[in-house]
Design a protein around this ligand. Structure first.
Ligand SMILES: [Ca+2]
Length: 434
């Protein structure tokens, strides 16, 4: 079994991972909202990552929007933004109530991975990705040679972030970032993003009027935050500007440059579907458990056609996003790179699986299993039950995340059940939450 990026046309099946929990629907959310807000703690926008530090560190901002904005202007000047760009940029800044409402929205319920996957790795999206692969073949070929990231991955990010440029978000970025900076909860993060947005304007790479995107500040075809833009965006079409809105070569090369910066390993895949033996101990699933392929093979993990795994020291984690009845995946280092772009497991698996399909690979052999929609009060009830019975689920927050899943797995094991952490109706019954 090759671990290369070469698409596996022969692969009979493939599939999915373990995060019933990372798919959260925000109450009242409209368009390009974060796909998995509950597991993107830093901010809910996609291309924010801890790997990309904000430009400046601050103490707290004054309360009151006017005073806060005055302070932000001073800090922008201190950070080297020109007076002209400050005037131009702040002319549009106003308090946006709607941003705060979106930022404070609590996830109403947790949806399962099966729903998430079907919505994002659709036949239409695969076909469009394949057409765009042909259309921009020369561009992608140059990008892969330079950055080491194959076209099908870039297309998968592009497809998931904006449906290949179909929607960038129409929120004016500067007022949105100023509002979030002055809201206080993540003042440091968003102040830095605002200043970096002004630097982009100062450099003449975008105007305040055209600088629009998601409500949390993500911009363009691949939804970069301003800090990511400054650090990783590149001018690939040679017009002297880094245009992530209007230039496909710029957007795709920038995405590749970002992934390389996050540690993408040339020539390696994201992961693959695997087959697990009867009686497998599912407590070994989840990103926290890494073993090399030799060790996984010793545990009975095989390729889907039951041939042995390649005996290598490649490190991998095993994911069963919809439990023991759904598909299982071994994920490699490049999967962690995808998680560096967006910390939601469901997102990262969808990127990998969409990439495989765009490259001509088959769908996973086992379909993800549907799971019940879990509402916040119900999840809190489950978390309280687990905590009360010694299966530490952490602080009850109503979000079905990896901690809750792991606690359910321990509960299942203690009760002689398959410890896959998946909340089937039978498991919910035992947890007192049907
Ligand atoms: Ca350009």
């Amino acid at each position: 079994m090759q671990e290369k990026t070469v698409p596996e046309k022969r692969m009979k099946s493939s599939i999915w991972m373990s995060c019933i929990s990372s798919v959260v629907v925000l109450a009242g959310c409209g368009q390009s909202q974060p796909v998995a807000a509950a597991e993107s703690p830093a901010t809910s926008s996609p291309a924010v990552t801890a790997a990309v530090p904000v430009a400046t560190t601050f103490t707290s901002l004054p309360t009151g929007f006017e005073a806060c904005v005055a302070e932000l202007r001073q800090r922008s000047a201190a950070a080297g933004v020109s007076a002209a760009a400050i005037e131009q940029g702040f002319a549009s800044v106003r308090y946006m109530d709607s941003i705060i409402r979106l930022d404070r929205a609590q996830p109403e319920f947790t949806s399962g991975f099966a729903d998430y996957y079907r919505g994002r790795v659709s036949a239409d999206r695969i076909a469009r990705g394949q057409r765009l692969l042909q259309e921009h073949a020369a561009t992608f070929s140059k990008i892969e040679a330079e950055y080491g990231v194959p076209a099908h991955y870039l297309l998968a990010f592009w497809g998931l972030e904006t449906n290949f440029g179909g929607y960038f978000g129409d929120t004016p970025i500067l007022p949105a970032l100023a509002t979030l900076a002055c809201d206080g909860r993540r003042a440091e993060l968003f102040s830095g993003e605002l200043i970096n947005a002004l630097k982009i304007i100062d450099a003449g790479e975008m105007t305040p009027e055209r600088m629009r995107g998601s409500w949390a500040g993500a911009m363009g075809n691949v939804q970069f935050m301003p800090t990511t833009f400054l650090k990783y965006a590149v001018d690939a079409d040679g017009d002297g500007k880094r245009d992530l809105w209007g230039s496909v070569p710029d957007a795709m090369a920038s995405a590749a440059n970002f992934l390389r910066g996050l540690g993408w390993q040339r020539g390696l895949r994201w992961g693959r579907e695997v087959s697990l033996p009867e009686g497998f101990d599912y407590r070994q699933t989840g990103l926290q458990t890494k073993k090399n392929l030799v060790e996984w093979a010793e545990l009975g993990v095989t390729a889907m056609d039951r041939t042995p795994l390649t005996a290598t020291d490649i490190q991998a984690a095993l994911m069963v996003p919809t439990g023991s009845q759904g598909p299982a995946f071994l994920v490699y280092d490049n999967f962690n790179v995808i998680m560096g772009w967006n910390r939601a497991e469901a997102y990262a698996l969808s990127v990998g699986l969409l990439a495989d399909r765009i490259a001509g690979g088959a769908a996973p052999s086992r379909a993800p299993v549907d799971s019940p929609r879990l509402y916040r009060p119900q999840v809190i009830q489950i978390q309280n039950f687990l905590n009360a019975n010694g299966f530490d689920a952490g602080t009850p927050d109503g979000v079905f995340g990896p901690g809750t899943r792991a606690a359910i797995s321990r509960f299942q094991h203690a009760n002689g059940l398959v410890a896959d952490g998946f909340p089937t109706p039978a498991v919910l019954h035992l947890l007192g939450a049907e």
